[in-house]
Every structure is written in structure tokens, then in C-alpha cells.
Write a protein that binds this ligand. Structure first.
Ligand SMILES: [Fe+2]
Length: 237
């Protein structure tokens, strides 16, 4: 399986605390069947990292993984926050795509989504990129009105839901919305958005199995294998 969303880089954002936790997260991922993981640190609110700096830190982590014989390949990325400065940050390389692909992991504000949010996403399309919406099922305005993201989905945006949304308790709002999105065929990818080894941990298999109950085995599997692999290889989804 391929995990396109994680905070595995040590001491950068609210993810891994130190290389020890990074390696522990990697071990958990591998044990769950993950072979490739994108490191997607938050592009604002924490340590800002230039695209080149992310690549450098990913190399450091890879060196440690190889030394510890943990068979996980880490790839660079950013979780790109959608706000008034996003396109400026993008031009200045303070936010970057998933690996070396045309795909960008984009995160709307948790409390606000409007036509300006979609306008940023459309600008990415105009520049030849394809946005992947990170966990829309957790964004309050989208929870209340799924049609907010219809214009970008119609243009070809992809949707990534978070594994934990499907494995959480049945009354968890994000779970209810994620299941509805699965029923409506609005989901392309399941990713861990792992932050640590405790309450926001790595792993995709349990969520994949939950998704399979709604969309079937084949489609659920694609959400953690072939679709993220197409992103990795910069192929059309
Ligand atoms: Fe994230």
C-alpha cells in the first residue's frame, strides 16, 4: 500500500517527535503493509520548509530507515494549506507537490470554505496541477454541505479521506460524512495522515476494510494501492 499523507518527518510540525518516533511510525506502517509514504509536513503554522529542505529531510529519514533495515520508501511533499497566501507560497517554493508529480495535497481551512477556496484550486488546475483534497470529511463547512466541493470534483480534483475517519466511533461526524462520501462515489484515496504512534497512528488496512463494506473490495483496495501509485508515478488517475 502507498500512503500519500503523513507527518513522519521529525520535529517539523505537530507530527513525529524526534527520529525515534519517526522510525516507530515507519515500523508500524510497514507492519500494516505500507511500502511507500509521502512526508507531507504542514506548509504553514509550524516550521516552514522550502521544497528543497523537505527533500533534504526526507533523505535523512531514508538513510535512518535503511540503516535500521525498515523497508519503507519515503517521498517528499507538503500538506498545502488553502488560504490567502497559498499561491504566493507556491511560487516561492514554500509549498510543493506530492513527490515529483502534478498532484498537490491541499488542505482547506477547518472552519471556512468558499468560492475563493475553489478559486485557488482552479488556479492550480490552470497551472497544470491536479489538487488532492485532504480529508474533506473533517472540514466543518464541507460536512454541512458536500456540494461545496462539487465544482472542483467536476474539474478533476481527487479526494483523500483519512483512515481514522472510518475507524473512529460510529457517531464521529467525520466518519458519518466519510461513509456518505464513499456511498456517493466521491472518494479516491485513503491515507493515514499519521502524526504519531498513539492517537493519530499510521496504518491503512483497517480503514480499507471498512471502506470495502461500502464500495466493495476492489474499489477499496484501489484507494490504497493503484490510485496512490498513479500519483507516485505521475500518471493520470
Ligand atoms: Fe495532515
Amino acid at each position: 500500500m502507498i500512503d500519500i499523507h503523513s507527518h513522519i518527518l521529525p520535529d517539523v510540525d505537530d507530527g513525529a517527535l524526534g527520529m525515534t518516533e519517526t522510525l516507530a511510525m515507519a515500523r508500524m506502517s510497514v507492519a500494516d503493509g505500507v511500502t511507500h509514504m509521502f512526508a507531507t509536513p504542514h506548509h504553514i503554522h509550524f516550521t516552514p520548509l522550502h521544497r528543497q529542505e523537505v527533500i533534504g529531510r526526507v533523505k535523512q529519514v531514508q538513510t535512518q530507515l535503511d540503516a535500521a533495515h525498515i523497508p519503507l520508501t519515503v517521498l517528499p511533499g507538503h500538506e498545502v494549506r488553502l488560504y490567502a497566501g497559498t499561491l504566493h507560497d507556491w511560487e516561492n517554493q514554500m509549498a510543493g507537490p506530492l513527490g515529483y508529480s502534478r498532484y498537490i495535497l491541499t488542505e482547506p481551512s477547518f472552519y471556512h470554505y468558499d468560492r475563493y477556496t475553489n478559486a485557488i484550486l482552479f488556479e492550480f488546475f490552470n497551472q497544470g496541477y491536479t489538487p488532492v483534497l485532504a480529508h474533506p470529511e473533517r472540514i466543518i463547512p464541507i460536512q454541512q454541505k458536500l456540494s461545496l466541493i462539487e465544482p472542483v470534483l467536476a474539474r478533476g480534483a481527487l479526494v483523500q479521506i483519512t483512515a481514522n475517519s472510518l475507524t473512529n466511533r460510529p457517531t464521529y461526524a467525520a466518519r458519518i460524512v466519510a461513509e456518505e462520501m464513499l456511498r456517493q462515489g466521491m472518494v479516491h484515496i485513503i491515507a493515514s495522515d499519521a502524526h504519531n504512534t498513539s492517537y493519530r497512528r499510521p496504518g491503512l488496512s483497517m480503514a480499507r476494510d471498512r471502506a470495502a463494506r461500502i464500495v466493495g473490495e476492489k474499489q477499496a483496495n484501489a484507494m490504497v494501492t493503484t490510485i496512490p501509485k498513479a500519483i507516485l508515478n505521475d500518471e493520470l488517475v
